[in-house]
Design a protein around this ligand. Structure first.
Ligand code: ATP
Length: 456
């Protein structure tokens, strides 16, 4: 299978306003990224599609938007305060820092998993395979050391009396600490899920590959609270739903694969990821984990609050099991861009770059293009009407062919062209991105025509 070229996608993102380097005028700030006008639309549409599927259309699923800064005891209960670290190695020649497991996985193009390896095994593998520094090409490593991943900040106004607090490294603790609140206020019955979209922060050793691994990112995830007896059915069901969600967003099935974890956390009963064939090879896109009663039991222990649920029919009292489904929003943005990116050779021999985005995800649903400048008044009237319904773009610069190309590159599914006939009979040409076919429509038919074709 031919891999997409990441450099071309990064360049297009910068040129067309999907994603820029963070703090660029100051020389950037490594591995931070800012979403531009079309990027923010794409990202918001991805979040909307996810929320619609996993909250709006999912019975017994409740949303939450929890605080990023949490009581530090949360991170003791979750184990992050003690153990959230990665195995790092420094290149002694160029002083760059890398994650040992990533070095192995990148070197083997994802064929060897370092998940179950000890630090000693990783060091041996790196030595035996003479894995060189990806930055300077030398083979000159320090031994592996563990590297703390949580970002610290402090709370309090008086120096010397400040308390350390952490930027959350995962969103899911916000669901666990609200389990009782939501169960009570929504009168939720097990099995039920709590879903959240929000920012997480990880002081990653080897961020990189554009927005694949960053130090600040958004997660879209849910925790399903269920009985032990049905927990594996719930786990299998989320595997199916997670896969179907990606297929429905136009992912090709042979670009996706399930990967069962080689090594389970001591409390976990099952764990798998969905891998996507990114330009740099097969890599994790999302995870589905059976976390047993671990999370709620730990919060019960550390907070002193009972996390037991009483079954209203049987009166049975138990701490629910948790099934987690988690997908990185920025990582999904990258996967969506890679999957959609295409270079097509047209009949006239020219190449067109086109983003075959699912129309529900497209930043603009329609672009309004007056054929000539003196049609702009009519075109702007149509734009005003359409803008009440959709995000629209407007472009009157350059030949119509060039304008179509610009919209193809950002994945706009429809272009509406205003010509002199529009003034006579109130019709426009509407051109579809993928087929490039054009039809004539009455202006008052445009909204319903587009609405029917952009549903998710
Ligand atoms: P990885 O092995 O890639 O570091 P992980 O197994 O630590 O990921 P989880 O903690 O399960 O990831 O987080 C769930 C999802 O959040 C991941 O599947 C991924 O899509 C996303 N994610 C995790 N870390 C990052 C990051 N640093 N940058 C962007 N997205 C991330």
């Amino acid at each position: 299978m031919e891999l997409k070229n990441l450099d071309k996608i990064v360049a297009l993102c910068k040129n067309r306003g999907f994603v820029f380097s963070g703090s660029e005028i100051y020389g950037g700030f490594a591995n931070t990224w800012d979403y531009g006008p079309v990027g923010v639309e794409l990202k918001n549409n991805i979040k909307k599609a996810w929320w619609k599927r996993f909250v709006q259309e999912s019975p017994n699923t409740y949303g939450v938007d929890a605080a990023i800064l949490m009581n530090p005891r949360v991170w003791e209960a979750s184990g992050h305060a003690q153990g959230f670290s990665d195995p790092k190695m420094d290149c002694k020649s160029c002083k760059q820092r890398f994650r040992a497991d990533n070095l192995i996985e990148d070197h083997s193009h994802g064929k060897v998993s370092a998940e179950a390896m000890t630090n000693e095994e990783m060091e041996t593998y790196i030595a035996e395979n003479k894995i060189k520094c990806p930055h300077c090409g030398n083979f000159n490593w320090t031994p592996i050391r563990q590297f703390k991943l949580m970002f610290e900040t402090s709370r309090g106004t008086v120096d010397g009396e400040k308390d350390t607090v952490y930027l959350r490294p995962e969103t899911c603790q916000g669901e666990y600490v609200n389990f009782l609140n939501i169960q009570r206020s929504a009168r939720a019955k097990v099995p039920f899920a709590i879903a959240q979209i929000g920012k997480s922060f990880r002081n990653e050793i080897t961020p990189g590959n554009f927005i694949f691994r960053t130090i600040e990112f958004e997660q879209m995830e849910l925790q399903n609270f269920c009985k032990e007896a049905t927990s594996f059915d719930v786990y299998e069901d989320y595997k199916k739903q997670a896969h179907q969600f990606l297929l429905d967003l136009n992912f090709k099935d042979d670009h996706l694969k399930f990967h069962d974890h080689d090594k389970l956390a001591f409390y976990a009963k099952a764990a798998c990821d969905i891998f996507y064939l990114f330009p740099m090879g097969w890599s994790e896109l999302n995870g589905i984990h059976h976390r047993s009663t671990h999370d709620l039991s730990r919060h019960q222990e550390f907070s002193g609050k009972s996390m037991q649920y009483v079954d209203p029919v049987t009166n049975e009292k138990f701490v629910p099991n948790v099934i987690e489904y988690s997908i990185g929003c920025d990582r999904l943005v990258l996967a969506v861009l890679c999957e959609a990116y295409d270079e097509e050779t047209l009949e006239n021999g020219e190449t067109r770059v086109v983003m075959h985005l699912h129309p529900a995800l497209s930043p603009y649903k329609v672009a309004v293009l007056p054929l000539q400048k003196n049609l702009s008044e009519k075109a702007k009237g149509i734009l005003k009407t359409l803008s009440k319904e959709f995000m629209c773009d407007y472009d009157e610069a350059g030949s119509i062919g060039k304008r179509y190309r610009r919209q193809d590159e950002i994945g706009t599914p429809f272009c509406v062209t205003i010509d002199f006939d529009t003034l006579e009979d109130d019709t426009v040409t509407i051109r579809e991105r993928d087929s490039m076919q054009q039809i004539r429509l009455k202006t008052n038919e445009i909204v319903s025509y587009i609405n029917e074709r952009i549903k998710f």
